[in-house]
Design a protein. Structure first.
Length: 107
């Protein structure tokens, strides 16, 4: 009987812990360009809203910053003039955005 309970806990615990990870947490951190022509990124999360900051200054002298939200497994950012979709490549963990691929450097 004790063996069955212990075995049930060993099987159930990883499933419970995996379910604790909040949606989109894999996007949070610093991302460095692997390929493409866009800037490196920093992504923060406040509640259910993501803040995406580019590493290259705009002509105004400010770093472009915009908000995003999760839609399923996709981070969708509103850049004011367009919507941009970010996905995580499950084969290598890289962040994919139109015309660019970035590697996760830190959380």
């Amino acid at each position: 009987m004790k063996t069955k309970i212990l075995l049930s806990l060993v099987v159930a615990l990883p499933l419970v812990l995996a379910g604790c990870k909040q949606s989109g947490d894999q996007y949070v951190g610093t991302w460095t360009k692997v390929s493409g022509n866009g800037p490196d990124l920093s992504i923060l999360k406040h509640d259910n809203v993501f803040v995406i900051k580019e590493s290259v200054q705009a002509l105004t002298g400010e770093y472009p910053t915009y908000a995003g939200e999760m839609e399923g497994d996709v981070l969708v950012a509103n850049r004011g003039y367009s919507t941009e979709r970010f996905i995580i490549d499950k084969t290598n963990g890289h962040l994919i955005r139109p015309g660019e691929e970035l590697e996760h450097m830190s959380k």
